[in-house]
Design a protein around this ligand. Structure first.
Ligand SMILES: *Cc1c(COP(=O)(O)O)cnc(C)c1O
Length: 393
């Protein structure tokens, strides 16, 4: 069983590069160079230096004693919420901006839905003194005002996408169009393990630092690098890919992916792609996505903006297809309750995305000896309004 891309950029049946011809030179330049750049000692040194001294890595692996008592298992939290800017996304944006510089690019573009990837991109552009344009749906800009202002404070230009539903899909289209028109001086930083090859593989490698650290930390803490379970939420799938990466070939480690069921998998207001999706092409790769009979992308829904995505990356489609990852889902209410529970039991208010992973604990059949690592992808500060509106605490 293989869980890495083949020479054509496929994970089993999924992946590849389905892009307009005009974009081909940009993606090809990246494809031909990314491995050599990422493997050079000079790149590795700079990446590792910034992860350590700028992002704050390694992030702690925290034994959650009260949560463990409640679920009768040994539960560890991987604290990605303690990364600079509050989530795992910065691991990827640091990696990609270092790559962009080595490709001689002076300008960066990105798309963003809720604004978290936009903020992580604007942050590294400020750090590197690079021009930054973030495309964001006009509707999303109204819904996520604080993140728009964060990006502006950091010096980025935020451009409203006014086509279609004026959300993430439309922002992505505008970013692609911009890239086609500025091929030589611009790099497009994609925010998850999605997009045309080589993005899914590149982003997964940048995020793989998460499982590399988990292995070392478990070895130190319990004398065994292998947990029984790794649990992570899945939007596009980057935090999950990072948390699974170095365990993929250790088949005795059970990998659990948690998708957002929204108001319920059968309500038409959901983002549970593996439960509802079919094979199709989205954002340049073949994967699973939520679509109508005639192939129109269905607008996803989740209370959590970061999980509100109609597909999953091709790696996850493959892991689902071959049964390596067990996908489950949690509703808005289950996630919100789990977020409050973690706050009360451990003094950690999680991002609502991460709260979906916490909600999975009650769906697993655990025993006292089981070691569970839960990837806490982000902190709840950005979600305070949503917690307040929900109100049940
Ligand atoms: C963006 C985001 C996610 C979802 O994205 P993935 O690529 O699936 O990781 C999850 N958690 C947080 C905190 C996020 O900001």
């Amino acid at each position: 069983m293989k869980y890495t891309i083949d020479k054509n950029g496929y994970y089993g049946k999924f992946g590849g590069s389905f892009i307009p011809e005009m974009l081909y030179p940009n993606v090809e330049e990246l494809r031909l160079n990314y491995q050599a750049i990422m493997q050079s000692p000079e790149f590795k040194n700079e990446f590792q230096y910034l992860l350590r001294h700028y992002v704050g890595r390694p992030t702690p692996l925290f034994f959650a004693a009260r949560l463990s008592e409640k679920y009768r298992a040994k539960i560890f939290l991987k604290r990605e919420d303690l990364c600079h800017t509050g989530a795992h996304k910065i691991n990827n944006t640091i990696g990609q901006i270092l790559l962009a510089r080595r490709l001689g690019k002076g300008k960066i573009i990105a798309e963003t839905g809720a604004g978290q990837h936009g903020v992580a991109t604007a942050t590294v552009c400020a750090l590197m003194g690079m021009d930054c344009i973030v495309y964001m749906g006009k509707l999303d800009m109204e819904r996520q005002r604080p993140n728009v202002e964060r990006m502006r404070i950091l010096g980025a230009r935020v451009i409203a996408a006014t086509s279609g539903n004026m959300t993430l899909k439309d922002a992505t289209n505008e970013a692609m169009r911009h890239w086609i028109n500025h091929p030589t001086d611009t790099h497009y930083i994609i925010g998850s393990v999605v997009g045309p090859h080589p993005y899914p593989d590149m982003v997964a490698q940048f995020q793989s630092v998460i499982s590399e650290e988990i292995k070392n930390q478990l070895q130190n803490d319990i004398g065994n690098p292998y947990p029984d379970y790794v649990v992570a939420c899945v939007g596009g799938g980057s935090n999950a890919a990072g948390a699974y990466y170095h365990f993929l070939n250790d088949e005795h480690v059970q990998l659990i992916g948690v998708e957002a069921a929204g108001k319920g998998v059968n309500t038409n207001e959901s983002a549970a792609t593996t439960a509802l999706g079919k094979v199709g092409i989205l954002h340049g790769s073949k994967s699973l996505l939520m679509q109508t009979e005639d192939g129109q992308v269905i607008e996803p829904y989740s209370i959590s903006a970061g999980l509100d995505y109609p597909g999953i990356g091709p790696l996850h489609a493959h892991l689902f297809d071959v049964g390596r990852v067990q996908f489950i889902n949690a509703t808005d209410d289950e996630a919100m309750n789990a977020g409050i529970e973690l706050s009360r039991l451990e003094g950690i208010i999680p991002a609502i995305e991460s709260a979906h992973a916490v909600a999975a604990l009650s769906q697993l059949t655990l025993s006292e000896e089981d070691v569970v690592v839960l990837n806490l992808s982000g902190r709840g500060d950005k979600d305070l309004e949503t917690y307040i509106k929900w109100g049940r605490y």
